[in-house]
Ligand binder design. Structure first.
Ligand SMILES: [Zn+2]
Ligand SMILES: [Zn+2]
Length: 407
């Protein structure tokens, strides 16, 4: 199933709008900003084997015991699905849905859609084929199985001070699943899934220049070059946008909403611990201090950075970039893009504390002896993370390079 012919195509960089000439035997990154544009050829059968292995691992990962825990002779155990089931039982429906979707459902859909696309690559032009490849691109952003795994490990360390913890086969299967999922995500970026543009040669003189200067619109999904009159991509049917100069109202609105949600997220308790009959609410910062005082300094720092530093820094950086984009020419577009990419990549790791709560709520259920309940800050905090992710997506980095229309 390996493609051996030398495939050449034109790709417009979605990050900086430069027209690039791509060959599967040459570099397939944007020459201006380094964005990966595809073009490598990989064995589709190897990727399919990895997908099947990952999907098979998901069965024990969700069904078998994730971890068991015992304190004062009383034991509890949880499976992966308990993390959202227990949130549901405590009327945290939205949080339960966020956990279930980001950790299990979306990764499973991503893998199945990827397998379907690889098996029927010849039909990439069909309606379903186009839809599936576009879906893969959007699902990928919202998968957080890796973040959940780190969150689960942190909650086990938190508990290890009070109780004896034993890992089940479920957590091992899940760790294997996460590893395979990350490999498949990287491989899927490298498979040539779209037919080559038959008119690619016409775009060759534009290589190294901005698409906009030639009245060409780049597709954000398949990177195809489109005439400026088109409203959707000829190849994948994705809606096309001209560079969104000064149309920052959506980004600003999302950032404001995220900032507002950050207040209850930090002030209200993210969870409540009932121990020996007394209820103790705990805020995010309270949790960090408890970890620090009990000697788990590295974990305290991780939770502090993920839950407080990253969300605030992300909002501030996006606000600064939005202001920078208002200037007539961005003097250092490469640095601005790098800052954007770091902020965009790091944002999802803020979800760690939400997953810590989900695991603790599912696992620590010893009635009045010791139980953990979700607090109202959890959904507020999850909203902050989701809103900042949406704000980052609404931001158009191509405007760092482009000359403004008023000039
Ligand atoms: Zn680029
Ligand atoms: Zn397209």
């Amino acid at each position: 199933m390996r493609v051996t012919s030398n495939v050449e195509d034109v790709r417009v960089c979605p990050d900086c709008d430069q027209v690039n000439w791509v060959s599967d035997r040459a570099s397939s990154r944007c020459q201006r900003c380094g964005h990966f544009l595809g073009g490598h050829t990989l064995s589709a059968s190897h990727t399919l084997a990895l997908i099947i292995a990952a999907l098979l691992l998901l069965i024990p990962a969700t069904e078998m015991t994730f971890v068991s825990y015992s304190v004062s002779g009383q034991g509890q155990q949880m499976t992966l699905l308990d993390s959202s089931r227990k949130l549901l039982a405590f009327h945290e429906q939205w949080l339960a849905i966020v956990v279930l979707l980001s950790v299990v459902v979306l990764p499973a859909l991503f893998l199945m859609a990827s397998a379907a696309v690889l098996l029927w690559r010849q039909r990439a032009r069909s309606r379903l084929g186009r839809w599936l490849v576009r879906a893969i691109k959007y699902i990928r952003v919202w998968m957080m199985a890796d973040v959940f795994l780190i969150g689960a490990l942190i909650s086990f360390i938190k508990l290890a001070g009070y109780a004896s913890i034993e890992f089940g086969y479920g957590v091992m299967a899940f760790a294997g699943f996460v590893t395979l999922l990350l490999i498949v995500v990287e491989r899927m970026k490298r498979h040539p899934l779209w037919p080559v543009d038959e008119n690619a040669v016409e775009y060759r003189p534009m290589v190294g220049q901005s698409a906009r200067a030639h009245q060409v619109l780049g597709c954000p999904v398949c990177y195809a070059a489109n005439g400026s009159a088109r409203t959707e991509c000829w190849r994948c049917h994705e809606p096309l946008w001209t560079i969104r100069f000064r149309r920052t109202s959506l980004t600003v609105a999302l950032l404001l909403a995220a900032s507002v949600m950050l207040i209850p997220a930090q002030l209200l308790p993210i969870m409540e611990t009932v121990a020996l009959g007394t209820t103790e609410p705990q805020t995010i910062i309270g949790g960090v201090l408890t970890l620090w005082e009990s000697g788990d300094v590295p974990i305290a720092i991780i939770v502090f950075v993920a839950s407080l530093v990253i969300p605030i820094a992300k909002i501030l950086v996006l606000a600064v970039l939005t202001i920078l984009a208002q200037q007539d020419t961005s003097k250092r577009p490469q640095s601005a893009l790098l800052l954007y990419r770091i902020t965009d990549w790091i944002g999802r790791w803020s979800m760690i504390d939400i997953f810590v709560v989900a695991v603790l709520v599912a696992l620590v259920r010893n009635g009045a002896l010791m139980s953990v309940y979700p607090g109202h800050a959890a959904i507020a905090f999850a909203s902050t993370v989701i809103l900042t992710m949406l704000a980052a997506m609404s931001f158009d980095t191509r405007q760092f390079w482009a000359r403004k229309p008023t000039e």
